[in-house]
Design a protein around this ligand. Structure first.
Ligand code: DGL
Length: 270
């Protein structure tokens, strides 16, 4: 057993989709979250830059003595494939658990993958799906405007800008009659309602944050690292830019007021 925290990072708010699930599945775990809000979005940057950012984000979490690192970021998980080798603690990204869940979910063997430009260019989800089942057809679409929409809180199903943007990007997948769509960026579940209403509620939307949280809990159990305390776990939040914007959207999303619990970090120092 270990009461050390689980470390979770993302370029911004998106990784909270994993935190929300981690808290639901493992309410006694302590969590340290880092959102690199000063450098978001990662998805249109070079692999070299994303790798450097990811290394600093993981180092920051390690400075908090975490027992595991979760890259709750599709972009990092797809493009920085050697992060686990550099870390002294267990690590997971989002690609493997999410691809496996999508393969289980599809009935017609047609899966759509949406993500940032870096994620889609890497074809990491497609490669993993085809490795599991080479008969599945995979259709990919990058959605570069989704991350800024979420970071700015344009996530309501009534928001006209969100609705039009979703329609613009997802028409091509709808036309391909996919029955399952991987939300391959952890920001996208915040747009789940808008996306679901456009593609049709019968299309299964696979939440990368959720699948990764489930996988992480299995991994911690396997390694005997679960916190067996009966106390509710504590969550600490860190960002690399203004704390007020983050706490506003994060509080709405997590259904709890995280107001003063957000601290700013100078991530360049890690
Ligand atoms: N949540 C990140 C992801 O999963 C967003 C990446 C970005 O900042 O562009 O890809």
């Amino acid at each position: 057993m270990s009461n050390q925290p689980i470390g979770v990072f993302d370029s911004g708010l998106g990784g909270l989709t994993a935190v929300k699930q981690l808290r639901a599945i493992m309410p006694h775990e302590n969590i340290v979250y880092f959102g690199d809000t000063g450098r978001v979005p990662y998805g249109n940057r070079s692999t070299h830059t994303i790798a450097r950012y990811a290394g600093q984000d993981a180092n920051f979490l390690l400075s908090h003595d975490v027992k595991m690192v979760i890259a709750a970021c599709g972009t990092v998980s797809s493009t920085v494939r050697d992060l686990s080798e550099k870390l002294p603690v267990p690590y997971t990204g989002v690609v493997l658990p999410t691809a496996a869940a999508a393969v289980k979910a599809t009935v017609n063997g047609r899966i759509g993958v949406i993500g940032t430009t870096a994620t889609i260019t890497s074809s990491a989800y497609k490669t993993e799906i085809e490795r599991i089942d080479c008969n599945i057809e995979v259709f990919q679409q990058d959605c570069p405007l989704f991350v800024p929409l979420v970071e700015n809180g344009f996530i309501s199903p009534d928001d006209q800008i969100a609705k039009l943007t979703v329609e613009r990007y997802l028409k091509v997948l709808k036309d391909k009659q996919v029955d399952t769509i991987i939300l391959g960026c952890t920001h996208y579940p915040l747009l789940k309602q808008v996306i679901g209403e456009y593609v049709g509620m019968e299309v299964k939307l696979i939440d990368s944050g959720k699948e990764t949280a489930i996988y992480a809990s299995k991994l911690l159990k396997e390694k005997g690292l679960l916190n067996t305390s009966e106390k509710e776990g504590e969550c600490r939040f860190f960002v690399s830019d203004r704390t007020d914007d983050f706490s506003k959207v994060a509080s709405i999303f997590l259904h709890s007021n995280i107001g003063d619990d957000v601290q700013r970090v100078d991530i360049q120092n890690y």
